[in-house]
Design a protein around this ligand. Structure first.
Ligand SMILES: C/C=C/C(=O)SCCNC(=O)CCNC(=O)[C@H](O)C(C)(C)COP(=O)(O)OP(=O)(O)OC[C@H]1O[C@@H](n2cnc3c(N)ncnc32)[C@H](O)[C@@H]1OP(=O)(O)O
Length: 366
């Protein structure tokens, strides 16, 4: 077994014929730094061409030990610091993270994600492209970006828009957390295993003689319960309301619906960035007819807009992160403050690319 020092935030080791990756930054719930993204990319590229590696498995650790947290997303404190300092590493971060997401979605060997605990934002980006997405009763999956004045990136437009009906719009706008097997119902996980059985599964990867990548995947899948429980959200209402043409109409329909779900959903949306609600609705609808690479290029344009604005314009994302993770006052000052005050030109600006097609940082993605 080859192993890298355990102080590193990404531990890559060959266990038997399976390349095993452990995200090891528990103090920040394994939030992804640029170094971690580079380490993951280099590891996956090396294993892609290594015949001794049949398949890849990835997990995270929490403060108590292995498993318990997968990844809480990109390192939003870094985003905040880098945006205020004008640090060019922020541009590299998004380009390299989205390229990593694409690599995982198109990986030629089985890639098995053990999504125990928190799986949010960038954590979804390194697991939704997996050939086998495994969740436990502790899993909490979400694309919570509207809460920090961002949008569901890392391919979120692609994978959320593929959820049934208008579930993608609902999850993207609200950032609703899918707990445990709800993720199977949403189509964002493939199978369930009780968290107490994860260490046994992981350790057996080394001991079990596999013939090929498919046998690794079949063996892992044989330990899973794939039954989807009934949807805990009212699917017909989700489709009716989140299929409406714009955010003000969604809010009006929620207000006219007499149910706890409608009241809670409206209250959640009122806390989110009004501007980003409009932007995200447009993102999901555009992404529904895009392939993955096209979606990632669109998201790369959008994220550039989030952090590099016209002189005088405030960044919703910088403000959202300040409120959640820097000052922790949970009182973002959104601009515009009201859903009704967002104008179409503000939304349209997010879908203008700052690059010519042949100079786009993700032009090489096929
Ligand atoms: C291109 C990529 C884009 C993205 O991925 S955008 C990011 C998407 N993800 C998020 O927005 C999630 C942000 N995090 C949270 O909302 C909360 O955390 C959780 C709900 C996940 C967990 O809450 P709780 O159990 O109360 O833990 P805690 O005290 O908030 O977090 C423990 C420590 O982890 C740090 N942390 C959590 N998530 C991130 C992150 N994404 N980037 C950087 N640090 C993070 C916190 O700040 C804190 O640290 P300290 O103990 O020093 O205060």
């Amino acid at each position: 077994m080859t192993s890298i020092a355990s102080e590193t935030h990404v531990i890559a080791e060959l266990r038997g014929r399976v390349g095993c990756i452990t995200l090891n930054r528990p103090k920040a719930l394994n939030a992804l730094s640029l170094d971690m993204i580079r380490s993951l990319t280099q590891t996956l590229q090396a294993w892609k061409d290594d015949d001794s590696v049949l398949a890849v498995a990835i997990r995270g650790v929490n403060k108590e030990g292995p498993f318990g947290s997968f990844c809480a997303g990109g390192d939003i404190r870094f985003f905040h610091q880098a945006a205020l300092a004008g640090d060019e590493a922020l541009e590299a971060f998004f380009t390299e993270e989205y390229a990593l997401n694409h690599l995982i979605h198109t990986y030629p060997k089985p890639y098995i994600a053990l999504m125990d605990g928190i799986v949010m934002g960038g954590g979804m980006g390194i697991s939704q492209g997996a050939s086998l997405r495994i969740i436990t009763e502790r899993s909490k999956l979400a694309m919570p970006e509207t809460n920090i004045g961002l949008f569901p990136d890392v391919g979120g437009g692609y994978f959320l828009s593929r959820c049934a009906g208008r579930l993608g719009e609902y999850l993207a706008l609200t950032g609703r957390v899918l707990v445990g097997r709800e993720a199977i119902t949403a189509g964002l996980a493939d199978g369930f295993i009780d968290s107490s059985r994860l260490p046994g599964l992981w350790n057996s990867l080394e001991r079990t003689p596999f013939e090929n990548g498919a046998s690794v995947e079949r063996w892992c899948a044989s330990h899973l319960n794939t039954v989807a429980p009934p949807a805990p959200w009212p699917s017909k209402e989700v489709d009716r309301i989140f299929g409406l043409p714009d955010v003000p109409q969604i809010m009006t329909a929620l207000a006219a619906t007499d149910s706890d779900w409608a009241r809670e959903t409206a209250a959640t949306l009122r806390q989110r960035s009004p501007l980003m609600l409009h932007v995200v609705l447009e993102q999901i609808r555009r992404a529904r007819v895009m392939g993955l690479a096209e979606d990632l290029r669109m998201e790369r344009d959008m994220v550039h807009r989030c952090f590099h604005l016209c002189p005088g314009a405030d960044s919703e994302t910088v403000e959202g992160i300040r409120a959640l993770a820097v000052d922790k006052d949970h009182a973002p000052r959104w601009n515009p403050a009201r859903i009704e005050d967002v104008i179409p030109a503000q939304v349209a600006a997010f879908f203008e690319s700052p690059w010519a097609a042949d100079a786009h940082p993700l032009r090489h993605l096929g």
